[in-house]
Write a protein that binds this ligand. Structure first.
Ligand code: GLU
Ligand code: MG
Length: 456
């Protein structure tokens, strides 16, 4: 491992391989990455000569300064790099050809020597293990959307970078260059980019990468957001994953495709004899997701702004239903060309979600459906946005929580999703989010001034 080229095309995947690569290739910094409970990516950077120590002893850090981790008196945490996550940071390349690289880490509690309960990656691993014990491997494929806005002297504005619309191509779609560079950077980091296009709103984009096992996908979402933001900054733009940055136009979602495979590698959601090609297991999983949808929303839509997206009329879901034909439902069953492509698509998550916690909550809900043999309701094949309340009631269709506050109430009342998060994360998440919602509730917005200041 000595050339630049090898680092991209054939990255090391073992501790020894990474140690060797870092010693021999032109690498000047190693970023050790992990996420806090709110999904913010954190970094500790070490010089290349510390890499062996990082693998042998771990790197110690003060957990009390990380949101939702621990109190000061129990603050010693250790990072253990996962060698399979080694990747070059393509935008951190110096003129002399040296690179910065990153490794995603697990967090270890030094007092017990065990994985730290507050590490979102561990939360997801625990639920993945539960699936494995039931005989399933979990795959997920996200479709994150984002806006690119112009900046003014380095500060983000709400000026869209272009005036393109759905699937538009240049010259209107000025962001083609941005998307192209994002894709190059992602590919250099090992992503399998499947599609990218201009989304419906001005300045809005979607870049889809290939589905993968749950843990890799969560790692990928965390990385993706960093790559998009860093690449946009290089273009003098600000990319945002805020779900509804501009009122009155579409918001940004992160639809997530979900499937289970058996330990033998067979697609567990496929049944060619079924009207929807969906197996009994698939339907039970779907039923579990629908039953726990309100609590999942707190985790998959964790900001005040998330609920400005989940309103009728902008292609975002509002009602708890599934469909094989329309896109107004919470869960869609896309037609699958092959049994292995058999999956369901959950349309509520948005890209502010902590991907580890969101996938943990969703998977646990689906597994609960399987464990309890839940029965999926009939699909709704009409446009639910056009239903009135009576019709929704007649069909037994519930509504997703209308605010972060309502979603947190639903989470607090859902033992299955709380169990997926574990006591530590559930407590810290609820505390941080209750506080966020309380701050919002007591703020006074521009809308209120416009509406009331002169009227009353
Ligand atoms: N932007 C829409 C949303 O908020 C989704 C558009 C689509 O890809 O269908 O979920
Ligand atoms: Mg889209």
């Amino acid at each position: 491992m000595s050339t630049d080229e090898d680092l991209f095309t054939d990255p090391p995947t073992t501790a020894d391989g990474v140690i060797e690569a870092v010693a021999e290739a032109p690498i000047d910094a190693v970023r050790l990455q992990f996420t806090d409970i709110l999904g913010t990516v954190k970094n500790v950077t070490i010089p290349p000569d510390q890499i062996k120590k990082a693998f042998e002893e771990g790197i110690y850090f003060d957990g009390s300064s990380i949101e939702g981790f621990v109190r000061i008196q129990e603050s010693d945490m250790r990072l253990e790099p996962d060698p399979s996550t080694f990747a070059v940071l393509p935008w951190r390349k110096s003129d002399d050809g040296t690179h910065a690289v990153r490794l995603i880490c697990d967090v270890i509690d030094t007092t017990t020597g065990k994985p730290f309960e507050g590490d979102p990656r561990y939360v997801l691993k625990r639920v993945l293990d539960r699936a494995r014990e039931m005989g399933y491997e979990f795959n997920a494929g996200p479709e994150p959307e984002f806006f690119a806005f112009a900046t003014d002297e380095g500060t983000a504005t709400l000026e869209p970078h272009d005036t393109g619309g759905y699937f538009d191509l240049g010259p209107k779609d000025l962001a083609t260059d941005l998307r192209r560079d994002v894709i190059f950077n992602l590919e250099e980091m090992g992503f399998d980019v499947e599609a990218s296009h201009h989304e419906v709103a001005e300045g809005q984009h979607e870049i889809d990468f290939k589905y993968d096992d749950g843990l890799t996908t969560a790692d990928n979402v965390a990385t993706f957001r960093a790559v998009v933001r860093a690449t946009a900054a290089e273009h003098g733009l600000h990319a945002t994953f805020m779900p509804k940055p501009v009122a009155g136009i579409n918001g940004s979602g992160m639809h997530t495709h979900l499937s289970l495979f058996t330990s033998e590698g067979d697609p567990a959601f496929y049944d060619g004899d079924d009207e929807f090609d969906l197996s009994e297991t698939g339907k039970q999983f779907l039923a579990g997701v629908l039953e726990h949808a309100p609590a999942i929303t707190a985790v998959a839509n964790p900001t005040v702004n998330s609920y400005k997206r989940l309103v009728p009329g902008y292609e975002a879901p509002v009602y708890v239903a599934w469909s094989d034909v329309n896109r107004s439902a919470l869960v869609r069953k896309p037609a699958a060309r092959t049994p292995a492509a058999s999956r369901i698509e959950l349309r509520s998550p948005d890209p502010t979600a902590n991907p580890y916690l969101a996938l943990a909550a969703i998977l646990r809900a689906g597994l609960d459906g399987i464990e309890r043999d839940l029965e999926a309701p009939a699909p709704v094949r009409e446009n639910i946005y056009e239903f009135d309340e009576d019709k929704r009631e007649a069909y037994g269709i519930d509504t997703l929580p209308g605010s972060l506050g309502e979603a947190l109430d639903a989470l607090e009342a859902d033992d299955v999703v709380l169990d997926a998060l574990g006591d530590h994360v559930a407590e810290k998440f609820l505390e941080a989010k209750r506080q966020e919602f309380a701050e919002y509730r007591t703020s006074v917005s521009e809308w209120e001034h416009d509406r009331y200041l002169e009227t009353f």
